[in-house]
Design a protein around this ligand. Structure first.
Ligand code: BG6
Length: 485
């Protein structure tokens, strides 16, 4: 008996800047991803002032998907993908971000990519902004510090909605819009919003202002998209790392509740169309002085999303300190504790498959819209053997354990899950570290952290395993059915 819906969107995910390369080809402008260097396993990437000579920027070439996509999409089809999630590099379409006319060469590239997917009946699932705002918007306008950036974003959205209205049905507005709730981490505010906090500034207030402009931009884009094609399914996208209380001490439970509220106010607004009551009061009490107008609030109501997309990699835990204020204010850079019940990946991410079932139920209870798991995976060091095989059992185990929990949520709990696009379809440049060696893909790409390598593609063991999972619509998660070439 098939347990999952017949039209379940099995697939895989990537983002433009992490695979395409060709950073200055076809009229593309610089994006925020183009000014970030590579880091090691446990440090952060540096953001440079424009592109500097002598620095290495791994996204400039990435894995050359821009030129090699026909072969890559063919491999996705061989795995049986029903969907493929990628993003449109905003700076291919509007190189500076503030032009009024789009760049035809950029538009033509995504025509070719989507046509290639559709040739194999692979449904594109497209994120509008996945950590790749045009860099010019950062230097000229301060990214989403400026209300003007709402207009630049919606102009971009309108251009691509119009162009691909008959090719793309599933859209997502901002990737992991809630990453920046960790407002003290330089990486998150820069990649989400194109913002670097200045000395003496209140980073939390800066985040709430930028986040507000983004939810307004998202709501406006949803309305524009639905006018262009009423069949569009336009979703929000959050990073779902649930925050558990470290103990059953009531203060820990309250702290964890506030952490969840602080991480998920974005989707509260995008799905429900209004700010949660705690946040309106909190922003006032903290005197953030935000530019939030009655017209904005009306717009939020009109532009609610059709579904909620989310990534799931890990869970977090938090504990109250002895001197909590009455808000249990949450500062993610300081307030997380280790969960001793779950193992960690080589990069220290807490691996917790049951957290996925928990999350699916949590979202279902809270939002009552379909959900889409648009990222899930494990970054690991892979070894390419002399015969070009990659035995990535750890990846198969990670994905199997998570798919099992997803099935329980769908079949036993009745959660409406549209599809599953693990991260990543093919090896990518890691967003947070810029490493190639933090591999996620089903397809190995011969490229190293320093940019050397032939860029040749090889199928990993997980490729054959996932092919069999899709073939059986998730019924058989064992490895015995998988057919190696
Ligand atoms: C999500 C992003 O944060 O997680 C992806 O949407 C990213 O862009 C993925 O690659 C894994 O994170 P990282 O930092 O290991 O690449």
């Amino acid at each position: 008996m098939t347990e999952l819906p017949k039209n379940f969107l099995w697939g895989g995910a990537v983002a433009a800047h992490q695979v395409e390369g060709a950073y200055n080809v076809g009229g593309k402008g610089l994006s925020v991803a183009d000014v970030m260097t590579a880091a090691g396993s446990h440090d952060e990437r540096r953001i440079t002032d424009g592109v500097q000579e002598g620095e290495f920027y791994p996204n400039h070439e990435a894995v050359d998907f821009y030129h090699q996509f026909p072969e890559d999409v063919k491999l996705f089809a061989e795995m049986g993908f029903k969907s493929f999630r990628t993003s449109i590099a905003w700076s291919r379409i509007f190189p500076q971000g503030d032009e009024t006319e789009p760049n035809e060469e950029g538009l033509a590239f995504y025509d070719r990519l989507f046509d290639e997917c559709l040739k194999y009946n692979i449904e594109p699932v497209v994120t509008l902004s996945h950590f790749e705002m045009p860099y010019h918007l950062v230097t000229e306008y301060g990214g989403f510090r400026s209300r003007k950036t709402i207009t630049f974003f919606t102009r971009f959205a309108e251009a691509v909605f119009n162009r691909y209205k008959d090719k793309v049905k599933y859209w997502l507005t901002f990737n992991e819009i809630n990453n920046q709730s960790n407002y003290n981490r330089e990486f998150t505010l820069f990649t989400n919003s194109g913002i670097q906090v200045k000395p003496g500034e209140n980073a939390e207030a800066v985040m709430y202002q930028a986040g507000h402009y983004e939810v307004v931009a998202s709501a406006r884009a949803v309305q524009i998209g639905h006018k262009i094609n009423p069949d569009f399914q336009i979703g929000a996208m959050v990073a779902f790392s649930p925050v558990y209380p470290a103990t059953d001490k009531p203060a820990d439970v309250l702290k964890a509740q506030r952490a969840m509220q602080a991480r998920f106010w974005f989707s509260d607004v995008q799905v429900e169309g209004e700010y949660p009551s705690w946040l309106t009061r909190y922003q006032k009490a903290k005197q953030f002085n935000l530019d939030i107008t009655p017209e904005d609030l009306a717009e939020l109501k009109k532009g609610t999303v059709d579904y909620l997309g989310f990534s799931y990699y890990m869970s977090f835990a938090t504990a109250a300190s002895d001197h909590e204020d009455k808000y249990y204010s949450y500062n993610e850079s300081e307030d997380l504790v280790t969960n001793t019940y779950v193992p960690r990946s080589d990069w220290g991410w807490q691996v917790d498959p049951e957290g996925l079932r928990y999350g699916l139920n949590w979202m279902n209870d809270r939002y009552h819209v379909p959900v889409f798991i648009v990222e899930n995976g494990i970054g690991a060091i892979d070894k390419l053997e002399a015969d070009h095989q990659v035995h990535d059992q750890y990846r198969i185990k990670y994905l199997r354990d998570h798919i099992e929990q997803m099935k329980l949520a769908i079949v036993e709990d009745g959660v409406d899950v549209m599809g599953y696009t693990p991260w990543s379809a093919i090896d990518i440049v890691s967003a947070s570290t810029g490493q190639l060696s933090k591999r996620y893909g089903f397809i190995y790409v011969d490229r190293n952290d320093d940019g050397s390598g032939s860029l040749a593609r090889y199928r990993k063991d997980s490729f054959y395993w996932y092919q069999h999972v899709i073939e059986t619509n998730g019924d058989d998660l064992s490895e015995s059915g998988a057919k190696h070439a």
